[in-house]
Design a binder for this molecule. Structure first.
Ligand code: PHE
Length: 456
């Protein structure tokens, strides 16, 4: 089996470069598109609270684990587990499962990302009164149009990944992340000045604990894994490009706080924007169930209607910048989803980066064209690969690290760039989380869900 010389795999150029790249992977559609609607649908602040618990109690320890495994082995997820498997044939399956989840998540992720690009045009066409063109690009059910935007987005993703670790991924995210934060803050400040925003803020922060049930717990956990890019080896891969002098625990803490912070801030944009839309006469609730509209309807129906109600140049600017924001956030995540299978093909099959990126991107592109026509697949893929797949991956990573590779070995790796960590109280608590708390919590939630599925 071909393996590439680790020296030629590339490394992050700077500490901040890595943190922004990992935060770029984390901050994506999950934060701006997924999180706010989950909050609105699942009891407001009650969901936020459970989500925070999932991120910090389950997600953060797993993130430290993934980065450590990556940096120790300097390999893609499959190669990493092989390297630490001691010949056990089952251990590398964790890596294969991660690559599969990455590929399948990417195949629908680029379709939704393509919609965000299409809506930039929708807003422009609407402004210039090209109504037919606006309706065409705005039609989510049009498979041909979806495929064009999906493939365009996939090509953008491939182009960044072909640039390599520091010249492609790091450079793109270093540029895009500050732009993204800037746009987000400007949009929030403007939305807050509009009628109805206040009601949205109140709704966002009002907890309703009566909505907490096993389904909600799974949603919160799935959302936490998805949003933090955990469970499939994206951060094993990013960790494999880390220098030995970087502090893994500190970096993971920054990335977690960054991701959670952006999700909470994005909620401050999206939820008030819904209520602004309502104040402008747009229907934001499902007339039958009384629940707020789903994420797709919300982002691609309710919000554009609100931008159109604001009207004029400001309405146009709001609409275009919002969809660009979503598109940029999606791009810094899709590159990390593609980097996982690409690094696998480079390391394990000896392909050159450029060739690997185009071949893998092309194959996933074919699946994503199918998804563009059969949108029902998105829900199926989300259930299998995101809601169950990622926590399952996380569970296996915890069990592997805690019981097979052993915490002491992981701590030895973490000592690089963080001297003394193995004797710190952090490390004792972290091991307890990796061995017991995180896996037990993940297992309980997964078991309850699977049991519920079997019973129904
Ligand atoms: N974290 C990304 C988001 O929130 C999605 C993602 C999941 C990226 C898994 C990489 C790995 O949109």
């Amino acid at each position: 089996m071909a393996t590439t010389d680790p020296k030629h795999r590339g490394t992050w150029n700077s500490k901040i470069g890595f943190i922004l790249a990992a935060a770029g992977s984390a901050v994506g559609l999950g934060n701006i598109w997924g999180f706010p609607t989950q909050v609105a649908d699942n009891g407001g602040a009650a969901f936020i609270l459970i989500y925070l618990i999932c991120c910090f109690i389950i997600g953060f320890p797993v993130m430290v684990a993934e980065l450590t495994i990556g940096r120790k082995t300097q390999k893609n997820p499959v190669g990493a587990f092989k390297a630490l498997s001691n010949g056990n044939p089952f251990v590398p399956l964790i890596g294969y499962w991660g690559v599969l989840c990455g590929v399948m998540i990417l195949s629908f992720y680029v379709v939704i990302s393509g919609w965000t690009l299409a809506y930039v045009f929708e807003e422009l066409f609407y402004f210039f009164n090209y109504d037919a063109a606006a309706a065409y690009v705005g039609d989510l059910g049009n498979g041909v149009k979806n495929s064009i935007f999906t493939l365009f987005f996939m090509i953008l993703t491939v182009l960044v990944v072909t640039g390599g670790v520091s010249k492609g991924i790091e450079r793109a995210t270093k540029l895009l992340m500050p732009v993204l934060i800037g746009i987000l803050l400007i949009l929030i400040v403007y939305i807050f000045t509009l009628e109805g925003a206040r009601e949205g803020i109140v709704m966002y922060f009002r907890p309703d604990f009566s909505t907490i049930n096993p389904d909600l717990l799974l949603s919160a956990m799935g959302q936490a894994f998805f949003s933090l890019s955990l469970g499939m080896g994206a951060l094993i891969t990013y960790g494999s490009y880390l220098n030995k002098n970087q502090n893994i625990v500190e970096s993971a803490a920054y990335v977690t706080i960054f991701d959670v912070g952006i999700a909470v801030i994005a909620g401050l944009l999206v939820i008030p924007a819904m209520y602004v839309a309502q104040a402008g006469g747009v229907n934001i609730m499902d007339p039958v169930t009384g629940a707020l509209h789903s994420s797709t309807t919300l982002v691609f129906d309710v919000l554009p209607e609100m931008f159109h109600n604001v009207g004029g140049l400001i309405g146009l600017l709001l609409g275009v910048t919002f969809f660009l924001l979503l598109g940029l956030a999606a791009l810094t995540s899709s590159i990390s989803l593609l980097e996982v299978p690409v690094s696998y093909v480079i390391d394990e099959h000896g392909l050159k980066r450029k060739k690997a990126a185009w071949i893998v991107g092309g194959l996933v592109g074919i699946v994503s064209v199918v998804v563009s026509f059969e949108l029902g697949l998105i829900d199926i893929f989300v259930s299998i690969f995101n809601e169950v797949g990622l926590p399952l991956g996380g569970l296996m990573i915890c069990l592997f690290l805690g019981y097979f590779w052993k915490g002491e070995n992981a701590l030895l790796e973490m000592e690089n760039g963080n001297e003394g960590v193995s004797n710190s109280s952090f490390s004792k608590i972290w091991i307890i989380f990796i061995k017991f708390i995180s896996p037990i919590l993940i297992a309980i939630v997964l078991f309850t869900t699977i049991w519920g599925l079997i019973k129904s």
